[in-house]
Ligand binder design. Structure first.
Ligand SMILES: *Cc1c(COP(=O)(O)O)cnc(C)c1O
Length: 378
């Protein structure tokens, strides 16, 4: 089946009692058992919920995976993956990773005995050099947030496999519409479903998918044992969101490509980051491993003062954290999404005071262009 057909139907069947075409919201915490030890596959809603099950199967289908496990946020999904490791294990991780992932690693898990090596995963030699006998997991985010550097998933996965190291890819920015890391050799894919999968900025959620039954069993055990499960209504919202994922992603990208071209010629823009531009260092790689370049564009306007003025002027773009919704958002990573990353480290990554990240929505692109034109007239 094609992607859009899978998006609409994958993992979903008409509800058996009433024939409801759309998966209902099973708003219940428990299920009647027919006798001692006799139940219908559902005992308690932390462990199983039909709405959640439909979402898990749906996203697994879109990521070409056998198994999906849903969580209450992208961070709890990432935390569950990290829980596959034990004290003393080392995790090699993309240095320019999502700020929350950095915080989880440095402020929570390091104190509990996991070791992290933050490396530039776009550099295969650096990845190779960072592996030790204790390395258990390679955690890659590509493209990265907000600088949009691209890691060669096939190359790092082949190397990790040769060392018996599991590879996890945070595929939030591309969504399964543009990129399927499992097909490139990764073992596990995580998503913040808060972003493109749901796509309407009205819930928080996460999901992990894999083809490995052993890993899936462990993740389900963690899901149930830790209990960071999404509620049925949020699962239903995400399931409604994935139905239009293909349509939305196409429009996000069309608009982003148009604005990236416009901004790359704009005199107020000192630097632009978008994998779809030929000037991007991994443009060729991005074309090879993904079917598109996504909807995020970052620009450096040179100073915090200019950022402040632009953010005060925007009318169609909204100043807010998050990304991947139908509406265009703009943010200042240094003080917002990446505030928990030390300044020195931030500057080295390119997350300067003048950097702004645009999550390009699906509005009429002429309106977005006009909005940026007036906001960037310094
Ligand atoms: C937002 C985001 C996360 C965290 O997800 P939440 O749903 O906010 O917990 C992780 N990775 C990336 C790339 C993200 O954009």
């Amino acid at each position: 089946m094609g992607f859009s057909t899978d998006a609409v139907h994958g993992g979903q069947e008409a509800e058996p009692v009433t024939g409801a075409v759309m998966t209902p919201i099973f708003q219940t915490s428990t299920y009647k058992q027919d006798g001692l030890g006799k139940h219908r596959g559902y005992e308690y809603a932390r462990t199983q919920n039909p709405t959640r099950g439909a979402l898990e199967r749906n996203i697994a289908v879109l990521e070409k995976a056998e198994h999906g496990v849903a969580f209450s946020s992208g961070m709890s999904a990432i935390s569950a993956v990290m829980h596959l490791c034990k004290e003393g294990d080392e995790i090699v991780i993309t240095e320019n990773v999502y700020g929350g992932t950095y915080r989880l690693a440095e402020r929570i898990l390091r104190d509990r005995g996991l070791r992290f090596a933050f490396v530039d995963t776009t550099d295969l030699a650096a990845v190779k050099a960072s592996f030790t006998a204790k390395t258990k997991l390679l955690f890659v985010e590509t493209p990265t947030n907000p600088i949009l550097r691209v890691t060669d998933i096939r190359a790092v996965s082949a190397f990790a496999r040769s060392r018996g190291v599991l590879v996890t890819v945070d595929n939030t920015f591309m969504s399964p519409y543009f990129q399927n890391p499992l097909e490139l050799g990764a073992d596990i894919v995580v998503h913040s479903s808060t972003k493109y999968l749901n796509g309407h900025s009205d819930m928080v959620g996460g999901v992990v998918v894999t083809n490995d039954t052993g890993i899936a069993d462990k993740l389900r055990f963690i899901q149930n044992a830790v209990g960071a499960v999404p509620g049925p209504f949020d699962c239903w919202l995400a399931l409604r969101g994935t139905k239009t994922l293909a349509l939305r992603m196409r429009q996000h990208e069309t608009n982003a490509r148009y604005l990236a071209a416009f901004l790359s010629r704009h005199p107020a823009v000192k630097k632009i980051y978008y994998p779809g531009l030929e000037s991007h260092p991994e443009h060729e790689l991005a074309m090879r491993q993904a079917r598109g370049f996504g909807g995020i564009v970052s620009i450096d306007v040179g100073s915090l003062d200019r950022v402040r003025r632009a953010l005060e002027r925007v009318r169609v773009f909204t100043l807010a954290e998050s990304l991947g919704g139908v509406e265009s958002l703009i943010c200042h990573p240094a003080t917002m999404t990446h505030a928990s990353v030390p300044e020195e480290f931030r500057n080295r990554l390119g997350i300067t005071e003048g950097l702004m990240r645009l999550s390009v929505g699906i509005e009429d692109v002429e309106d977005l262009e006009a909005d940026l034109t007036q906001a960037l007239a310094f």
